[in-house]
Design a protein around this ligand. Structure first.
Ligand code: ZN
Length: 507
């Protein structure tokens, strides 16, 4: 809680931050609507509206009055204890302000407008598998991001400035080092699995209404406040927290598989993070996840470490059998079902990728982004580089751009530097999972009883409640006692998949 004896300037700061937060709220709502309900004809006008909102938000973020208030509060904040919330608000708001001040207003508005237009074109381009349609928009997005990176000339690598936007404090060199280690052991594991017989996927069909029911039952057991969220369909599933008590989760159901259920678990993991932030941080711009990597650790933890685990399905498998029938699940044995939902199959689509191959999809995107930003790769050559990378990393042949370079919305949305956070999140999820299991001795028994609330409380206490008031690296260290480390993830995958595939993995 914020103490009573606060400097007068702090009230001024809170009022300014509340206005910034409200403008962000409106922009997030327009963005959610754009991907869920807006007809295609609304794209151009929506782009203008979002650009205007972004310009207003940016103008307030760089307001010299805000800078003056922060300047006057800085000595006071520096003298406060490390975990003082009000002081943390000053410290983080100052960093945000400094960063925003270095980006020209016109560039910010131009990026918002270009992204919004490109998202509309991306939907068409993907539908027709026509990369040429999107090409000029992507070229503009890359050019705008290179101009953004140039606003931070002190960075060791131009990509650092883009990465820092999503993962404060993380550098290109650090990501490269962690990804190199991850890739080496992962490729070895995937190669070993490739030589083993593969379990067939559950045959289905899985009626969408039944999937929705199962997903909602699971979410209810976690204790996600019912009046505080809603579920909609979207081409590319995402979660958008608008405010405490208003969290928008989206998914994409298909009768062919259970991916939509896992997508709900994933996005609800994001939603629980937004919901678990200290309510005292509402309307301060600190009341959200500290970084995309830490955010993704929450979704991955629920989707994979809980949602693909044996303990969890000991409770939910009978319910799935009742909803879909033995034949759809490929038999009534839990062990067969677990093998099926954990099968490792190198494929084309990142969001459909299994737990083991997923990170390699991210490594490819990271390497391509680096080359785009460095100017080593022309946007027009992206499809060819993509297809080549997929062949090298995963051994798959890309049949068309819809299932290749056009599959993700991120580059159309101008989000370059975002992809690495997916793999960073998976790495952090494994570290948190290891720590939570050590702290909650009977976690498996609780999950098997359909009671995941203890895990949710542990995450709220160790991660969620701080919002943006701690640095990502500090959140990780406080919760797990260690720094970023791919070891727990690789250990987890080798142990779990080693058992499922009968591998002789020893380390
Ligand atoms: Zn996610």
């Amino acid at each position: 809680m914020i103490a009573t004896a606060l400097p007068e300037d702090f009230g001024d700061l809170r009022a300014r931050l509340a206005e910034l937060d409200d403008l962000g709220h409106a922009a997030r709502l327009l963005g959610w609507d754009q991907q869920t309900h807006m007809p295609a004809g609304g794209a151009a006008a929506r782009g203008e509206a979002m650009a205007t909102l972004e310009r207003l938000r940016h103008e307030r973020a760089v307001d010299p009055g805000l800078g003056d208030a922060l300047e006057r509060l800085a000595p006071w904040a520096a003298g406060r204890p490390a975990d003082d919330e009000a002081a943390a608000i000053v410290r983080v708001a100052r960093r945000d302000h400094d960063r925003a001040r270095r980006v020209p207003v016109e560039l910010t508005a131009e990026m918002a407008r270009a992204s919004s237009e490109a998202i509309g074109v991306w939907v068409q381009a993907k539908r027709r598998s026509d990369f040429g349609l999107l090409l000029p928009h992507l070229e503009r997005n890359v050019e705008l991001r290179r101009r953004l990176a140039a606003c931070f000339p002190e960075a060791e690598h131009p990509y650092d400035a883009l990465l820092d936007h999503y993962e404060p404090g993380m550098t290109t060199a650090q990501v490269r080092a962690v990804f190199d280690g991850l890739r080496e052991r992962l490729v070895g594991l995937i190669d070993a699995i490739a030589a083993r017989p593969h379990p067939p996927p559950p045959p289905g069909p899985f009626p969408v209404a039944a999937q929705r029911q199962l997903a909602l039952d699971i979410v209810r057991s976690v204790g996600f406040e019912e009046a505080g969220w809603r579920l909609d369909d979207a081409e590319h599933p995402f979660c958008q927290g608008l405010a405490p008590g208003d969290i928008r989760v989206t998914t994409r159901f298909s009768e062919q598989n259970l991916q939509g259920v896992f997508a709900v678990l994933h996005e609800v993991g994001h939603g629980l993070y937004e919901e678990g932030v200290d309510p005292g941080l509402a309307r301060t711009t600190m009341g959200t996840g500290v970084s995309l990597g830490i955010h993704e650790s929450q979704s991955r933890l629920w989707e994979n470490f809980v949602g693909r685990g044996e303990a969890f399905w000991r409770h939910w498998h009978p319910r799935a059998l009742a909803l879909f029938g033995d034949a759809a699940l490929g038999g009534s044995e839990l062990a067969d079902f677990l093998r099926a939902i954990n099968a490792v199959r190198p494929g084309l689509i990142r969001v459909d990728a299994d737990e083991a191959t997923y990170a390699l999809h991210v490594v490819l995107r990271f390497e391509l982004e680096l080359r785009l930003v460095e100017g080593e790769l022309a946007v027009a050559d992206l499809p060819r580089a993509w297809n080549q990378g997929m062949q090298e990393l995963l051994g798959v042949t890309v049949p068309d751009d819809a299932r290749g370079v056009l599959q993700d919305i991120h580059w159309a949305a101008g989000e370059i530097g975002y992809f690495p956070t997916y793999a960073l999140g998976t790495i952090v999820a494994a570290q948190l999972w290891r720590a939570a299991r050590a702290d909650i001795g009977d976690l498996d028994e609780r999950l098997a009883a359909g009671e995941p609330q203890a895990l949710r409380e542990w995450l709220r206490e160790r991660v969620h409640r701080f919002g943006r008031t701690l640095d990502p690296v500090d959140v990780l260290e406080r919760a797990t006692g260690s720094r970023l480390d791919a070891g727990p993830l690789l250990d987890h995958l080798e142990a779990k998949l080693g058992a499922l595939y009968g591998l002789n993995v020893s380390r």
